[in-house]
Structure formats: C-alpha cells, structure tokens
Design a protein. Sequence first.
Length: 209
Amino acid sequence: MPLQNRVDPCGILHAVEARGAWMGNRGILHDDEKRLVVPWRLKRWITCVLIFKGRKRQVFTPHRYSELFFLDEATSFAAGHRPCAECRRERYNEFRAAWIEVNADHDAAEEVGADEIDKTLHAERAIRGGGKKTWQAQLAELPQGTFIEHQGRAHLIWLGKLRPWTFSGYGGPVPLGAAAVEVIVLTPQSIVRVFESGFTPQVHASARE
C-alpha cells in the first residue's frame, strides 16, 4: 500500500502510487505504523531535491520527518512550500530575493529570512485542522505558474491555457475563457506576486504537450 505522502495543489496528502520530482518536509506527521496523524508540525514547509549528498532514508522512519512528494515545483508552491535553503540553496536565494522585492518592507529587507517568509506563507496557506486557505482574483491578472480551482478541480495557468492537474501529470489544455471572470486561487498570494515579478516555477513536461 502506498503511503499517504503525495501532495496535491491544495496541500492535502494522499496515498497514491505516483511519485514526484521533488520531496517536501513539514515535520514528523506519521506514527510508528507509518500512518498520517497530522497535516503539519512546523511552519517551515520546504521543497527538497530527491537526492542530496548521497544521504539515504527509509521513507516514514519512526521519529524522523515525513517525506512528502510533489509532481513539480508549481504544485509545491501552490501547496504553500518554498525551496529548501540547504539542498536547494541557489533556488532558495533566488526565491527569497524575489519574495522580498514584492512582499517586504524594503527598509528592513536584509533582515527578512526564512522564518519571516514561513510565517507569512503559513498564514496564507493553512487552516487549523488541515484545510486549504484560498483567495479570489481576476483570472486575467494571474501570472503563469499559478493554480486556480476550475470546475471543482485544480488547474495550472500555463502558456495561455488552463491545465487540469493529476498526480501523474497535466491533462489537455482548456481555454482560459472570459478573462474578466473571478476565480478561486490556490497558490498563496505572496507567491503569486513572486511569479508576477518574473520568477517561474518548474512544471511537469506534460504541461507543454
């Protein structure tokens, strides 16, 4: 049986066979029987590489952090994760610089670190008990890489189309339709502003098909 550690764009954890391109961490979420008991333990939700410095891990080892997995980086951002500052230092620095530019008080920009970013993201992404916090915006105003809810499903805005999300990839393109329509946005608002600044998330190859 697959473990309940595959993350959807709402940040919900599922037990499915499909694996992903990135690993995530929210702390120790499982018990000694490898059953999920909480949706998060920490405000520091990060996205990591699958292999780093030859480290070996048994997934869901008791008393060690729970390994989570994402289809792509766009999915991890929608769920409210950010790049890890250790195994993805260069990407973290790029994200932090963009995040500060569009979200922080520039007089104190040098003092903004991971803790401040994580605090803001946690307020934007999570509802106590495990729910997803969303917001609304005009579709035409949202940048590429953003996830929205469309017809009850998560869709990625990419290359001028909507792409329905699945654990194994994206479905065929859906026209954006009326640009003035207001939609439910899954990607946290401060991350959407980062995308607006030109920062582009990695997406699964199926989004380009």
